[in-house]
Design a protein around this ligand. Structure first.
Ligand code: SOE
Length: 391
């Protein structure tokens, strides 16, 4: 395998982040095989051509089905809204292409099950699939997982997770695909709640087994931006026509974990006025605690309960040393990494696993597990009852 020729489908925010990762990964990491940014696919030929030039792709196309049929494509990278993940991923796997699919895996458990079955079938032919939970590839998060696995917090008692944004706290922020159920599947719950479900399970090694939650839509309708349909990212224009918001603006839920007495408290909201992309995870255990905030993403706080009371306290660890996960490939201590580096590390881990004939993580089955939690929270909110996560 001398190269991995990649086709990326979708070229908005995630397409830009994935493109940077494909461009940069082979220049900072010694990859076993070089990715080639072959084709960028989009719905509109002219816009796809412009994006391909701007983001560094060899070609562009407005026909993803034709692209995944090409013999000279090895990987399909899905960066589209959730309503097309299943169709594209299942077709790509059937065509023998390795797949990265943005999160959440799908817009429903049924779709996620179909994708997982297709991935398991493809794996028997050596074709690999991964879902793109990139925050687990932030060095401080990967380091937190190492510390928990080493027993540094002891037995987990509390898992506290928030994902706080405020980009639609303004009631006149226009409708976009993320606010439409048929495109996004759900609102804050699936878009950002999926991240904290994956992150907390990744860091603690625990699996959510039962949830009780509430969803809320604070602003029920919004302007359809002038010149845009409800399904596009509007620019906040003066359009007077308004359309319905069909997803949750915020989700809160309690969680229990399989084989553990730990208690989980989760919050995902797009209305945390003033919070831009605050992913806050705290794990409290019998021997200590860990705390992380993505808005200070190069830092991990550690409290060691074995420290004598006189000198005890949360230690602010700057996770920028070469011994920390991924960091050795980048800058000297203290220089720090950013949002985009998690995507680059995702490419590194995906390419390394595919070249070694191994299953990259998180797998589609991991993505299905997250989907089941999201679905259980929705059912819990609808029925005001605790819901078990089916194995
Ligand atoms: C939501 O606005 C969003 O773009 C998520 O969809 C991404 O997964 C997250 O990385 C940043 O915020």
């Amino acid at each position: 395998m001398s190269s991995l020729r990649v086709a990326m489908i979708g070229h908005a925010f995630m397409g830009a982040a994935h493109s940077q990762a494909w461009r940069v990964a082979p220049r900072f990491f010694d990859l076993p095989v070089d990715p080639v940014m072959q084709v960028l696919c989009g719905r509109d030929a002219a816009r796809a051509a412009e994006a391909a030039t701007r983001l560094g792709w060899e070609e562009s196309s407005d026909d993803w089905r034709a692209v995944i049929a090409r013999e000279d494509i090895d990987v399909v990278d899905i960066c589209t809204p959730g309503d097309s993940h299943a169709e594209i991923a299942i077709a790509a796997l059937a065509a023998g292409k390795h797949v990265i699919c943005e999160k959440p895996l799908a817009n429903s458990v049924l779709e996620a099950e179909e994708m997982t079955a297709a991935a398991e079938q493809a794996a028997r032919q050596g074709v690999r699939a991964m879902v793109g939970f990139t925050y687990r590839r932030v060095p401080a998060v990967a380091f937190a997982r190492q510390l928990v696995a080493e027993g540094r917090v002891g037995e987990v008692r509390h898992v506290r997770a928030q994902y706080l944004q405020d980009w639609i706290a303004d009631p006149d922020a226009p409708l976009s695909w993320r606010l439409e159920k048929e495109k996004a599947g759900s609102g804050a719950l699936g878009d950002i709640g999926a991240h904290i479900v994956d992150l907390t399970q990744f860091i603690t090694g625990l699996s959510i087994s039962e949830v009780s939650g509430q969803l809320e839509t604070f602003v029920k309708e919004r302007p359809i931006a002038a010149g845009a349909t409800a399904g596009t990212l509007g620019g906040g224009g003066s359009g007077v026509e308004r359309g319905p918001v069909t997803v949750d603006d915020a989700a809160v839920f309690l969680a229990r974990f399989a084989g553990s007495t730990a208690l989980g408290v989760y919050e995902a909201t797009r209305f945390a006025t003033g919070r831009k992309n605050a992913i806050r995870i705290e794990v409290n255990g019998s021997r200590g605690s860990l705390a992380f905030d993505f808005e200070d993403m190069n830092v991990l706080e550690l409290f060691d309960a074995d420290e004598p009371a006189g000198t005890a306290g949360f230690r602010r660890i700057l996770v920028t040393e070469p011994e920390h996960p991924y960091v050795a490939a980048w800058w000297p201590a203290g220089h720090g990494l950013g949002y985009e580096h998690g995507f680059t590390h995702q490419v590194v881990d995906f390419v390394t696993a595919v070249a070694a004939g191994e299953q990259p993580t998180p797998s589609f089955a991991d993505g299905l597990g997250v989907q089941r939690v999201l679905d259980a929270v929705e059912t819990s909110s609808d029925t005001r009852s605790w819901q078990e996560i089916s194995a």
